[in-house]
Design a binder for this molecule. Structure first.
Ligand code: ZN
Length: 295
């Protein structure tokens, strides 16, 4: 699932590509993606709205539109937002493929699971490609969307300047659960998922199963710094594409090439050469060095 660096990469791309554009039409073949309003109403209401600004809230993309509307997009497991000037062609009953009309865009072959397309007044399009079809889209009054529980309940953003070490420590010392799970819980701190919790815990030399409230002050500080370091680096490298993240031009992120432990089970630890372990944890996996990150 895209995490803070991936979602921010998309938001930065969108800010460069679609600000000031007017939505002239939408197309979709999987109405379930549109959670609000009813797909037919969605189609009618969004037509003619202009794109004013784009922000990120945790892993959500918020597209502010004219007339006080807000479009929320959550990419979930496999959603990709692609923006460009292309021809969308049907390749089988359910599969669409995007063919770029411009050089330099979408050089890589993008998967064909396009289920929603927004058309803009300059001939560009923004498409949602979503293999597993878990992505969700909501349109509504700005205030209504901003007050949805999924946004209201978000914890402080992992890269928010206002999230000081003191605040971070205050938050985690009240949590009895495993530190990795606490980091991935969007209601505690937002933006971190499986990839960057593994990477930050490795840097901070903390076992993923250690109870959050058992971290020493030194460990908490190391973790706080590690989270910022890892997220900023991943942001600079435009995300991780181990599963299938792509930016809005269909390009992979480069953090995958420099990652330390995530999905590196059986490979030597970059610090001590001990083999990286993978352990299941509540349906997810934790990757760590059993030596550097002793319990
Ligand atoms: Zn190690």
């Amino acid at each position: 699932m895209p995490e803070l660096p991936e979602v921010q990469t998309i938001v930065d791309d969108l800010n460069k590509k679609i600000i000031g554009r007017k939505i002239t039409a939408v197309w979709f073949d999987w109405p379930k993606t549109i959670k609000n309003p009813k797909p037919k109403v969605f189609e009618k209401e969004i037509k003619g709205l202009g794109v004013e600004k784009i922000k990120r809230a945790g892993k959500n993309i918020l597209i502010y539109l004219s007339r006080g509307y807000l479009l929320l997009i959550h990419q979930k497991m496999t959603g990709h937002l692609l923006v460009g000037k292309w021809r969308t062609q049907k390749i089988s009953k359910f599969k669409y493929e995007v063919v770029s009309l411009e050089k330099g865009l979408l050089q890589e072959k993008v998967n064909g699971y396009i289920h929603l397309i927004f058309y803009f007044d300059n001939g560009w399009q923004m498409a949602l490609s979503d293999l597993r079809k878990f992505a969700k889209v909501l349109l509504g009054d700005k205030e209504k969307i901003e007050n949805l529980p999924e946004l209201k309940k978000l914890g402080p953003d992992a890269l928010d300047k206002k999230l000081s070490f003191k605040k971070f420590k205050d938050i985690i010392e009240h949590i009895r659960g495993k530190i990795k799970q606490a980091l991935m819980n969007q209601e505690i701190i937002s933006g971190i998922g499986n990839i960057y919790s593994d990477e930050a815990l490795f840097l901070a030399k903390i076992h993923p199963f250690k109870p959050a409230n058992k971290l020493t002050k030194k460990e908490a500080n190391n973790l706080y710094l590690a989270i910022r370091r890892v997220l900023k680096k991943a942001l600079r490298l435009r995300g991780t594409s181990i599963s299938d993240f792509r930016d809005t031009s269909g390009k992979a992120g480069a953090y995958s090439n420099v990652r330390l432990v995530y999905r590196k089970e059986g490979k030597p630890c970059p610090r001590c050469q001990t083999l990286i372990k993978r352990v299941k944890m509540a349906g997810r996996s934790a990757h760590f060095c059993p030596k550097c990150q002793e319990f």
